[in-house]
Design a protein around this ligand. Structure first.
Ligand SMILES: [Zn+2]
Length: 81
């Protein structure tokens, strides 16, 4: 369980909240959990904070759930018995 969470984080796309660029400059010893510092947007130079990434990830999950429900309703497969 823990392992799959780690893998998701490693592939997590970080997008700049200001310009939408996803090229981030990160220090060599960057670590999501313990060393989330000195992360900057490669385009506009905005500093990216852990909270930015977490809120983006939360929005992504919400959207996936929304899509899932929408598809379920669209297919007519969701019926109350
Ligand atoms: Zn930017």
């Amino acid at each position: 369980m823990e392992c799959s969470i780690m893998q998701e984080r490693q592939t997590l796309q970080i997008t700049c909240p200001d310009c939408g660029c996803n090229q981030m400059s990160r220090p060599d010893d960057f670590h999501f959990d313990t060393n989330f510092v000195d992360v900057f947007c490669g385009d506009c130079g905005r500093e990216i904070f852990k909270d930015d990434v977490i809120s983006q990830a939360t929005n992504t999950v919400k959207k996936q759930i929304d899509d899932m429900f929408r598809n379920t309703f669209k297919g007519g497969g969701f019926k109350l018995k």
